[in-house]
Design a protein around this ligand. Structure first.
Ligand code: PLP
Length: 449
């Protein structure tokens, strides 16, 4: 009996020819579908071995489930209702749709990425990007690498390998997954010289640590935490004025604040004005561009970075360069226009209005507008929580974790948060289409709550 049931399980090839399975080819490719079928069949075989009668109606849903598991893992749009506007897990800053559209042809065809149209020979790989960055930051020169972690590594490797780098103990940070200042320093071959204490570092601490082997002082934006209480550190200007010649001041500025007024955030230009030799920051945080790391500063130093062999391993391709150029152009032409993520921060009223719009027509017992806080994320304003509003989902039947899982299972997935053991959806980062969609999802789940 067992054996005859086993024989009824179709061959993999036969299953692959079934139209119920064929619909997955476009979504996850034929090889991944085949792998899923094999997995599903092997799982199902176990059941049949343990006495279950073979049924097509059982097998095909299992195959679908395995295929869908893969399909759901694709990189795809999600609705960010977390109240963290630049969320590293969700691709940080959205790229402006008009910027994206502008870059289509350069990316789907050939471009002059590294070709001088004047001479017909190889040119520089950067278009207007450095000129735009120089204008926005006040730096003499600039260059771009794949991300800000790479920027810091390149800076240390080029200027400090085998030498000493002075860093305050209050700035020995870890940023996101695995970017730790002491480790990146060690990896670059530079020697870390720690000065000051966690909460207080003085100008004398820096100056007393200078030796003949000192290459630079590295200042690091704390990005994801804040020091409060009894703390102090010297102003950047005081450090750069007091440092002996030949020792560089490098600032890992992190978030890329250019002309926004964000509490506690220094603008790139002010760091250059205060005498930083070089600054670096991410392109996909406040700047609102693609992933990249910008290095800006003295021309002679940037030239040395550009000539470093490591530069070749970190250079961005046409996609990044074109998107970055278009993002920077857009910013220069629309200095007042702020991207939706930057805007969200100061719009308590707007968040309330958005909550009202989403709630309209839905059960007021289940969906309640409530006070919330919002943060910009992306390593900016770590200690600033802006007053905001969210929709709280109140259910007798379901725990908040379950509610959030159901929302994540919608397509596109909706990502909310749990605060004080309550399920929250903060609409601040959402545009009109996303709001409409969210409303429809809530309407669909309403009766189960
Ligand atoms: C975000 C951040 C980094 C890392 O930047 P990536 O672009 O993610 O590599 C490094 N330093 C600071 C201060 C940051 O805020």
């Amino acid at each position: 009996m067992e054996n005859s049931e086993m024989k009824k399980i179709p061959q993999i090839e036969q299953i692959m020819n079934d139209e119920r399975v064929g619909s997955w080819f476009e979504k996850i490719s034929r090889p991944l579908t085949a792998a899923s079928v094999r997995r599903a069949v092997s799982h199902y075989r176990e059941k049949v071995i343990s006495g279950r009668a073979f049924s097509e109606h059982e097998l095909y849903p299992i195959i679908d489930q395995v295929c869908k598991g893969l399909y759901d893992r694709r990189i795809r749009p999600v609705i960010n209702a977390t109240g963290v506007i630049l969320h590293t897990n969700m691709g940080r800053s959205p790229i402006l749709p008009e910027v994206w559209d502008d870059c289509r042809e350069v990316n789907t065809g050939y471009s002059n990425l590294e070709l001088s149209l004047k001479t017909g020979k190889r040119g520089k790989r950067n278009g207007l990007v450095p000129l735009l960055i120089n204008t926005l930051t006040g730096a003499e020169s600039s260059t771009v690498v794949n991300n800000n972690a790479a920027a810091v590594y390149l800076l240390l490797s080029t200027f400090a390998a085998g030498k000493e780098v002075i860093v305050s103990r209050g700035e020995q940070v870890q940023i996101g997954g695995g970017f730790r200042i002491p480790e990146i320093l060690a990896a670059s071959g530079a020697k870390l010289v720690e000065v000051g204490t966690t909460n207080i570092t003085t100008l004398a601490d820096y100056l007393d640590a200078v030796t003949d082997d000192t290459a630079m002082i590295l200042k690091v934006h704390r990005a994801n935490f804040a020091l409060r209480g009894f703390t102090s550190e010297p102003a950047l200007k005081k450090i750069t004025e007091a440092l002996p010649d030949g020792i560089l001041t490098v600032v890992d500025q992190g978030s890329g604040v250019l002309n926004e007024n964000l509490p506690g955030e220094k603008k790139a230009q002010s760091l250059i004005d205060d005498g930083a030799d070089i600054i670096s920051f991410s392109c996909d945080k406040i700047l609102g561009g693609p992933q990249g790391g910008i290095i800006a500063g003295k021309k002679e130093l940037i030239d040395r970075l550009d000539r470093h062999p490591l530069m070749r391993t970190m250079r961005p391709g046409k996609t990044i360069y074109s998107l970055l150029e278009a993002t920077l152009l857009h910013r220069m032409e629309n200095p007042g226009a702020r991207s939706r993520h930057a805007e969200a921060a100061d719009s308590f009223e707007e968040a309330s209005e958005k909550c009202r719009k989403i709630k309209r027509g839905l059960s007021a017992d289940i969906f309640k507008m409530t006070d919330d806080t919002l943060c910009i994320g992306g390593g900016s304003t770590p200690d600033e929580f802006f007053a905001s509003r969210a929709i709280e989902i109140i259910s007798d039947k379901m725990k908040p974790e379950r509610i959030l899982k159901i929302l994540r299972d919608s397509d596109p997935p909706v990502i909310g948060t749990i605060k004080h053991e309550r399920a929250f959806l903060n609409p601040s980062a959402l545009n009109d289409d996303e709001m409409k969609y969210l409303k429809s999802v809530l309407k669909d789940i309403e009766e189960n709550l």
